[in-house]
Design a protein around this ligand. Structure first.
Ligand code: G4P
Length: 303
């Protein structure tokens, strides 16, 4: 089954985004550096193509991502026509300050008081759009929050006499095609907790970590990971942390939350859930499983 997650306000947000796109010069598309393609909304690409707008692809939260994977992603995106990619941490004002200049390079003709550069920020919920917007404007205008879809209306702000920027609400799309994308998004908290079962997401995450960063699991939880699968890792975390359900069995739900929170907070080190190679391999297999070994667990449709 596939994750379906499209609250009503997303429909009107899409319509508004399409209208705004008509009157801007450059799209700043924010994605999560740990899962850049899984956190890319295909609707943004489609809207951009209809209007032929160039795109600055911002791989945000790069402080949490594996630097080697991020470098590969930058090369991958820079090869795409009309796209320039940059990795930043939205919490680092100096890095964020580079963004308008990079946008200017994509629309050099918009550079005076009569024709100011008009930019718009797009991206799915929780990738850090509000954080970037606040850093760009130099004050708190957008509400930052770790629950997805906190920003709900568009706001335009001048960045000086020659530049304008418009913030847009987090935009999801109606159907996530690959199960693994749904799991990666849920693990990274771009999909709300009502949409998926924590335990299934944690098992997916554990399988992926076993395949790509097994030493991080042994380092943080003291597990001997050889021969383990994702379920055994979650059980192991429950045991090591003495998390017990009623009757004394390992509390897999609590252990799942521990694993996901540690990943989200960067406590497992800098981790990328996908690379251009794993993405290509997943698409070639036509499956949704991002790690070589993991079988995607069953998934339920969201609300
Ligand atoms: P959104 O507008 O796209 O929905 O995202 P928002 O800016 O609200 O950011 C979502 C969460 O991600 C916030 O965490 C924010 O601080 C965090 N975040 C944004 N950019 C970065 C980044 O580059 N690196 C890291 N590590 N985190 C980032 P929060 O837990 O709600 O708030 P806070 O306690 O971190 O301030």
């Amino acid at each position: 089954m596939t994750i379906q997650w499209f609250p009503g306000h997303m429909t009107s947000a899409r319509k508004k985004a399409a209208e705004t796109m008509a009157v801007v010069d450059v799209v700043i598309e924010v994605v999560d550096a740990r899962l850049p393609e899984a956190s890319t909304n295909p609707m943004v690409h489609e809207l951009r193509r209809q209007r032929q707008r160039p795109c600055l692809k911002v791989l945000n939260k790069s402080d949490l991502a594996d630097p080697a994977a991020t470098r590969e992603w930058i090369t991958w995106y820079d090869r795409q026509p009309g796209v320039r990619a940059v990795a930043v941490s939205g919490k680092n004002a100096g890095e964020v300050a580079r963004l308008p200049g990079l946008c200017q390079g994509l629309a050099p003709h918009r550079n005076d008081n009569v024709k100011p550069l008009r930019m718009m920020i797009m991206g799915i919920p929780n990738v850090g759009k509000s954080t970037l917007m606040n850093a760009l404007v130099g004050r708190r205008i957008a509400r930052v929050g770790d629950e997805p879809a906190v920003t709900k209306s568009q706001q335009s702000q001048p960045l000086g006499p020659r530049q304008w920027i418009t913030d847009t609400p987090g935009l999801m799309w109606p159907k996530i095609e690959h199960d693994s994308d749904g799991y990666m998004l849920a693990a990274s908290h771009a999909i709300g907790r009502n949409a998926v079962i924590d335990e299934e997401v944690a098992v997916f995450l554990a399988d992926l970590l076993l395949a790509r960063y097994p030493e991080r699991l042994s380092g943080r939880y003291g597990l001997a990971v050889d021969g383990l699968d994702g379920v055994a890792v979650v059980e192991g975390i429950a045991r090591r942390r003495a998390l017990r359900a009623r009757g004394g069995a390992p509390d897999l739900e609590k252990a799942s939350l521990v694993l996901m929170q540690d990943y989200r907070d960067g406590k497992l080190g800098r981790i990328s859930l996908e690379t251009p190679q794993t993405r290509r391999a997943m698409l070639e297999r036509g499956s949704g499983s991002a790690s070589e070994t993991a079988e995607p667990p069953e998934i339920i449709p969201g609300s």
